[in-house]
Design a protein around this ligand. Structure first.
Ligand code: SAH
Ligand code: SF4
Ligand code: F3S
Length: 460
């Protein structure tokens, strides 16, 4: 009989990709996905550890799941509760102690062992009567890469994710990722290509290549050599039916000339780049161990724009890093003004256990962090709005991949990652269509289907 599986993912897109992989690996064992925890035979919380708030969410969610699980047990049924992802990796043992209702805790590198863990958790539950509960904890970094044991994914829509790289060796002083995801690993070129072809065959039109440090990619090639990220993108662009390529997240240090040239040469590579800078102050960048200066970033942006003049940039910022002065913060604002971002994420610095920055002196008071965040976000929102408004009247190809909120409305992504709303026939869901942009808003565009444009696209 089929068993129902509910997965909730927090955090980055790699967790979204991982959640699909977990579902894939469990499918042959009779598990099918359901969209609510009620009535599920297993719930997996796929956690994020990046900031304290994100990390604490798992405990409030577990609190909400407790009565559900108890009700099922009282009815003589079971609900396996599993915690996966980065918080599981970092705080596995603590979760087991703090939340005894959890049956399985597993780190991000062990998902291929999930069926075995589920079997062990089930056996433990059966033999529990009278004895002590025994949870399953697997937060190893196995020698075998999990990708070798996970089934080939199926496309879940026109826009798919594909993890090509995982882990990080950069050790920025604020960040938990090198500890939760482990050392940097690139999947072999052949695996990436075969997964991409399978996704396209299954209906994917756009693929976003994922990695915590995706542009550090250096995968083993067929001839025994190694390919960098630019080379990989060129090869992927040869796949018929694949119309759009994106990637995230990149580090400025790994933005090499070949990758910059790919932005110039490869039409399928979309003109949008998420390139986190974190701060505009050299002093703070140094304390963060980012290994580049503000000027390096500006020069890189210039090179990228020379290669692809319409490249739209997005970034991540941290305000209130230990020791950040008003002057340092001003440098961040100045960098933002000089670059002009179309979109960005900004966060208050959150001290993470075990990271060097958490132990640094001169932690910035909460009020200063809040003030700086508000000022930065105001500037960034102005830039986003200005860019969106400037798109009015332009003609853009939009991949319609979802339903909008209104009746008859579809929602898609512009080449620059802006969400675009349009009244369009249902038959166009999943299609790349040419739209005229009618208006630009704070976080989206609205467009219209125009007959002349559709003919033009059909002829192109
Ligand atoms: N690999 C990416 C970032 C991954 S984490 C990179 O190198 O840029 C995503 C973002 O979360 C980071 O870019 C950073 O802005 C933010 N972040 C990471 N650790 C943080 C912390 N301790 N406090 C606040 N924000 C943090
Ligand atoms: Fe974290 Fe820095 Fe690695 Fe990005 S590059 S994942 S911020 S340590
Ligand atoms: Fe969070 Fe882990 Fe991603 S900490 S941002 S889920 S890599």
């Amino acid at each position: 009989m089929g068993k129902k599986l509910f997965i909730k993912s927090y955090g980055c897109q790699m967790n979204v990709y991982d959640a699909d992989r977990m579902a894939d690996v469990l499918a042959p064992h009779g598990w099918t996905l359901t969209d609510a925890p009620d009535g599920a035979d297993m719930v997996i919380l796929n956690t994020c550890h990046i900031r304290e708030k994100a990390s604490e969410k798992v405990f409030s969610d577990l609190g909400r799941l407790r009565p559900l699980k108890q009700a099922r047990e009282e009815a003589g049924e079971r609900m396996i509760l599993a915690v996966a992802g980065c918080t599981a990796q970092a705080e596995g043992a603590e979760i087991m102690v703090r939340a005894p209702i959890v049956d399985i805790v597993m780190g991000p590198q062990t998902y291929h062992r999930l069926p075995e863990m589920v079997a062990r958790a089930s056996r433990a539950a059966e033999s529990k009567a009278g004895g002590k509960r025994k949870g399953v904890l697997d937060t190893e970094f196995p020698v075998e890469p999990k990708f070798d044991f996970l089934p080939e994914p199926v496309a879940k829509g026109p826009a798919s994710f594909l993890s090509v790289q995982e882990g990080c060796d950069k050790f920025c002083t604020f960040c938990v990722v090198p500890y939760t995801r482990g050392a940097e690993y690139s999947r072999p070129v052949a695996d990436v290509l075969s997964e991409a072809r399978a996704l396209v065959k299954g209906g994917a039109v756009e693929i976003t290549l994922l990695g915590q440090n995706v542009n550090a990619y250096h995968g083993e090639a067929a001839n025994g050599g190694e390919w960098g990220f630019g080379r990989l993108i060129r090869e992927l662009a040869e796949i018929d039916g694949l119309e759009r390529i994106r990637y995230t997240t990149s580090h400025p240090r790994d933005m090499d000339d070949d990758l910059i040239a790919a932005h110039r040469d490869v039409d399928k590579l979309m003109p949008f780049l998420h390139l986190p800078v974190q701060s505009g102050s050299d002093r703070i960048l140094h304390l963060m161990n980012r290994q580049h200066k503000a000027e390096d970033y500006l020069r890189l942006v210039e090179k990228l724009r020379d290669a692809r003049p319409d490249l739209a940039l997005s970034s991540d910022f941290i305000v209130g890093f230990p020791g950040e002065s008003e002057r340092d913060f001003e440098d961040t604002l100045e960098l933002v003004r000089r670059v002009g971002f179309v979109q960005a994420y900004s966060f208050k610095y959150s001290p993470r256990p075990g990271t060097p920055a958490a132990a640094m002196e001169l932690q910035v008071p909460e009020e200063a962090k809040a003030e700086r965040l508000a000022a930065l976000q105001e500037l960034l929102s102005e830039q986003t709005l200005a860019f969106n408004r400037a798109c009015t009247g332009r003609v853009m190809d939009v991949l319609l991949d979802r339903h909008g909120k209104l009746d008859g409305q579809l929602l898609g992504r512009s080449p620059y990652m802006q969400p675009v709303h349009v009244q369009a026939p249902e038959a166009l869901l999943g299609k790349l269509v040419r739209l005229r942009i009618l208006d630009g808003h704070a976080n989206s565009l609205s467009g219209e289907m125009a007959a002349d444009l559709q003919q033009e696209r059909a002829l192109a």
